[in-house]
Write a protein that binds this ligand. Sequence first.
Ligand code: ZN
Length: 195
Amino acid sequence: MLRHSARRLLMPLLFGVLAVVGLVALANRKPAPLERVVDPTAALVAEMRVLYARIGAVLGWQLPPLVFTTAIANAASDGRNILVNLPWVRAMLDKHCNEPACAVAAIVGLLVHELTHHVYRDALIPAASWEEQRARERRADHNAGYVVASLGLDPAHLERVLGDPEFCCDLAHDPPWQRVLVVREGASIAWSAAA
Ligand SMILES: [Zn+2]
């Protein structure tokens, strides 16, 4: 009788011990590394939206919707939205940036460039000539350099992106080496205003 009762007690006890050991093992389990948990695409979208809002706050501009789409090659203003190709942004940052400060400056410059097209309604009013189109691009680059420097960011990061031969050469834009000079010109104005 005693032996029978002991056996009846032993099994629940054994399961109890196993359950406790299992729970302790579960509690001590190391969390997965953060980079495996965070979706890098979602993180980049979140960062771009934060920077976009910051640009709007600093400039006091009414911001159009920021839309992520692969329907365009890199980034554009269509007159209603700012369009950004996220895989292109990722590739551009991977190619030119190895520090967060670079990514921030490049993204801000990119967004301000397109916002300048938006504010001047460049997509809605066709340019009368290639020369006028290049002047519009110069204005967008100049403003990008100005805002990047105004926010205390280094325009050299943006210059590295726009100076990429990838952007060479079409009738709508100055060659990359000239775009770099225009960005620096915009930054210089911000620096002299702050001095
Ligand atoms: Zn442009």
